[in-house]
Design a protein around this ligand. Structure first.
Ligand code: F6P
Length: 324
């Protein structure tokens, strides 16, 4: 391994910059050249590279987003696109690749490796925490803290006005953000894609909390939940059945992806970057770096993509008990 390229791809996540910094500094430490690729795989196809050194990544450990920018490249999904990308990397003298992103990004990396035998290493960066092989993905902890800060504020106004709030959080396929922020912010109900409680149970539960003296309620809804109605339709549905309820909706949206990474995400990113580069140096390829029981571990990319990250059923139970 003489020259490593690093890129960020898919939805950005706080901690991606700290991971880029770690990859670059680990390369510098081992006297290996490193180039940053702008705009993910799209930049790889366009040869949008920049040589980096330890000083290029100063002052970024604390910054959200990604200095390398991110993209979801359509061209890289085609064999022609991947071939151009391969040629661009070869021409730049790059012999190994670190991809910071989610499962879509890893699928691309795996294909790229299969087609050209190019060594690749993945670092899981997504706020959704929906990747198998790691207890935590980069950005997840920060996003959770952002979400509970927002929900705490909504709680203030909900309680002043005796209102019911439906709060939509991110998580297209996974309910980790919803479940954990819901427990952390004291939600009445939590709707996640992995467990459809159904509309009837939702109404019953809201009614029960009224009967037991609660004057306001927060319901946290993952954007990919399976109850069959979005947050606005849920509001209408509840109002139809209980015209006396004063219901509001808040969609937190992309603010969940921004902001300075938490200390946890910065440390995790630093550890992951070191592990990714040093694993490539050991001749390993096609793995994702992860953290399990506070130890750095490698999981084959194939498994990381296909394995499902399970929702913690114990936490679901805690959520239910806390809503008593
Ligand atoms: O995968 C991360 C994520 O933030 C999802 O939770 C969300 O559904 C999606 O990205 C939003 O993507 P975009 O930024 O393309 O709107």
């Amino acid at each position: 391994v003489k020259k490593i390229a690093v890129l960020t791809s898919g939805g950005d996540a706080p901690g991606m910059n700290a991971a880029i910094r770690s990859v670059v500094r680990t390369c510098a430490y081992h006297n290996i050249e490193v180039v940053g690729v702008y705009r993910g795989y799209q930049g790889m196809i366009e040869g949008d590279f920049e040589p980096m050194n330890a000083r290029s990544v100063r002052d970024i450990i604390n910054r959200g987003g990604t200095i390398l920018k991110s993209a979801r490249s359509k061209d890289f999904r085609t064999p022609e696109g991947r071939k151009v990308a391969y040629e661009k990397l070869k021409a730049a003298g790059v012999d190994s690749l670190v991809v910071i992103g989610g499962d879509g990004s890893f699928t691309g990396a795996l294909l790229f490796n299969k087609e050209f035998g190019f060594p690749v290493m993945g670092i899981p960066g997504t706020i959704d925490n929906d990747i198998y092989g790691t207890d935590f993905t980069l950005g997840y902890d920060t996003a959770l803290n952002t979400v509970i800060e927002a929900i705490d504020k909504i709680r203030d106004t909900a309680s002043s006005h005796n209102r019911l709030f439906f709060i939509e959080v991110m998580g297209r396929d996974a309910g980790h953000i919803a479940l954990n922020s819901g427990v952390g912010a004291g939600a009445e109900e939590i709707l996640i894609p992995e467990e459809n409680i159904g509309l009837k149970k939702l109404l019953e539960s809201l009614e029960k909390s009224r009967m037991t003296g609660k004057t306001s309620s927060l319901v946290v809804v993952a954007e990919g939940d399976k109850i069959g109605k979005n947050v606005f339709e849920l509001k209408e549905y509840v109002e139809q059945h209980h015209p006396d309820y004063d219901v509001r909706v808040s969609v937190l949206g992309h603010m969940q992806r921004g902001g300075a990474p938490s200390c946890f995400d910065r440390v995790l990113a630093s550890r992951m970057g070191v592990k990714a580069v040093e694993s490539l140096l050991e001749g390993k390829s096609n793995y994702m770096v992860g953290i399990r029981n506070n130890k750095m571990e490698l999981t084959p990319l194939e498994k990381a993509i296909k394995g499902s990250s399970k929702i913690d059923t114990e936490l679901l139970r805690v959520a239910e008990i806390m809503a008593t």
